[in-house]
Design a protein around this ligand. Structure first.
Ligand SMILES: *Cc1c(COP(=O)(O)O)cnc(C)c1O
Length: 227
């Protein structure tokens, strides 16, 4: 498993250097959904510290099972229902999939209840797909205005899952659009640090990095296929 991680790190480095970026500005989140605690431990032993989970119930069991492992940073990357907000802020350091102002307000309240500050990303439905959650491009500005007021949330940037593309290159235009959106928002909200752009998964992370991703979410390429 360390070999796989090293391989991914090498590919991240090559993709970053291809476009003159510093590889150290790119974080790899290991997506461990549907994978057992034993495999998370194994990857932790290889030095991996950022892990992503999609389902609250499954994540709680695993995070508690791994309680003894120090300085893991957990990223929530699934669709989050408001009635699970309390658990999301308790167990996760990052919530990448904030897709409504209402959800943000609930997260803020629950984080305040336990005296915690949680990093969040706004999920953007860049392909305007019915099947996906997330803010539409034109809704993001208003959302940031509302969400940046919430004291217990630390708004760090944007996240997206682009439409399925027939080829890896097919995803590029969506990644480009996301980077442009993030850059525009950064100018508007220069007092916030909207530096993060979470995009790219096992099959397209190199293209995402070429277009500016700072967080890539890798499942299959590290843990093998899920069934
Ligand atoms: C499952 C998942 C991933 C990882 O996908 P792979 O193709 O296995 O790398 C990344 N991001 C999100 C939001 C996911 O749900």
């Amino acid at each position: 498993m360390c070999k796989k991680l090293d391989g991914i790190k090498k590919r991240v480095k090559i993709a970053a250097e291809r476009v003159g970026r510093n590889p150290s500005e790119i974080k790899i989140v290991a997506v461990s959904k549907k994978k057992p605690v034993s495999q998370i431990k194994e990857l932790y032993e290889c030095g991996q510290r950022l892990f992503g989970e999609n389902y609250i119930q499954e994540a709680i069991k695993k995070i508690e099972g791994l309680g003894s492992l120090k300085d893991i940073s957990w990223h929530f990357i699934g669709h989050l229902q408001r009635n699970k907000a309390k658990f999301a802020v308790r167990y996760f350091d990052w919530i990448e999939t904030v897709d409504s102002i209402r959800l943000a307000r609930t997260l803020n309240k629950k984080a305040n209840d336990i005296g915690k500050r949680v990093n969040i990303l706004l999920q953007v439905n860049i392909g305007r797909e019915e099947s996906k959650s997330g803010f539409l491009e034109e809704e993001v500005l208003k959302a940031i205005n509302a969400i940046s007021e919430l004291d217990n949330l630390n708004l760090k940037g944007l996240m997206t899952i682009p439409p399925k593309a027939a080829t890896v290159e097919g995803s590029r235009k969506w990644f480009k659009k996301m980077a442009e959106l993030r850059n525009r928002l950064r100018e508007t909200f220069s007092y916030l640090s909207l530096e993060e752009l979470s995009m790219g998964m096992s099959n397209d992370f190199e293209v995402a990095i070429e277009e500016g991703a700072t967080i890539v979410r890798i499942g299959t390429a590290l843990f093998g296929p899920r069934d």
